[in-house]
Design a protein around this ligand. Structure first.
Ligand SMILES: Nc1ncnc2c1ncn2[C@@H]1O[C@H](COP(=O)(O)OP(=O)(O)OP(=O)(O)O)[C@@H](O)[C@H]1O
Ligand SMILES: [Mg+2]
Length: 231
């Protein structure tokens, strides 16, 4: 299980996270919802080691991650699908997938077949450049690349952003498959309420750097939860 406890995060004098505590359990999809700029990506940067906390802790599988570099966290089993996908545009699809080999041991340096079962388009485009793919295809590639690292938890930052509905469906199916087939934990950050309601086992709502609501996915339909999500 991943646990974030009383996390504060600053960019210079500006505070982006204020005493955040969340949990993401194995075999569950945990969703963090919030409007633009409330600190969702900052929370994931704290989990993946892209940005240090100024207070609080991140632990995974009983190991405290504070102070560990992103590479070391990937080795601990944290797979990251960043906002905006961050595909290497000049590398081929295959090479993009192979960048996921870096944190895994030599004998595990193969591309899992289920990536192609989930996203057949990647198989047909293996020798195309990442930059030539559509946004939706790049999103599938980013999830595939994270799967190559053999994660125990997959952390996704707004995977539906700017993606057409048919591919959003494929991504939802992939996330569910990963939870059910491997029992991994999924931590998903989103603005898209319906996507979260359909997928999530447990939800948090963030507002201005704080958790303002938590509960089962059904609780998203209460007026109190809605209030935090409408502009
Ligand atoms: N590198 C940075 N330097 C300074 N301030 C930053 C930096 N990154 C983010 N911020 C600020 O921190 C706050 C939280 O940003 P963050 O990117 O975590 O929000 P978000 O919820 O992911 O937003 P979005 O939905 O637009 O992706 C915002 O006010 C933002 O302007
Ligand atoms: Mg963000």
């Amino acid at each position: 299980m991943l646990t974030v406890e009383n996390a504060n995060l600053h960019y210079g004098a500006a505070q982006a996270l204020r005493g955040i505590s969340i949990k993401a359990e194995m075999g569950k999809i945990t969703c963090v919802l919030g409007r633009n700029g409330v600190g969702k990506s900052s929370l994931l940067r704290a989990v993946t080691g892209q940005h240090a906390l100024s207070a609080g802790s991140v632990t995974f599988d009983g190991v405290t991650l504070n102070g560990l570099a992103p590479f070391a966290r990937a080795k601990q089993g944290i797979g990251y699908v960043p906002q905006g996908r961050e595909i290497f545009p000049l590398l081929t699809v295959k090479e993009n997938l192979e960048t996921g080999f870096a944190p895994v041991s030599r004998r595990d340096r193969t591309i899992p077949e289920d990536i192609y079962d989930l996203f057949p388009v990647l198989k047909s485009m293996l020798s195309r450049r990442g930059g030539d793919l559509s946004g939706g295809q790049q999103q599938q590639l980013a999830i595939g690349r994270a799967m190559v690292t053999r994660p125990k938890i997959l952390v996704l930052d707004e995977p539906t952003e700017g993606i057409q509905p048919s591919i959003i469906k494929d991504i939802g199916r992939a996330i569910r498959y990963l939870r059910d087939s491997t029992g991994m934990a999924i931590l998903l950050v989103e603005q898209y309420l319906d996507f979260c309601r359909e997928l999530a086992d447990y939800v948090y709502i963030m507002d201005r750097g704080e958790i303002v609501h938590e509960g089962l996915a059904e609780t998203l339909d209460t007026p109190e939860a809605r209030r935090h999500l409408t502009v």
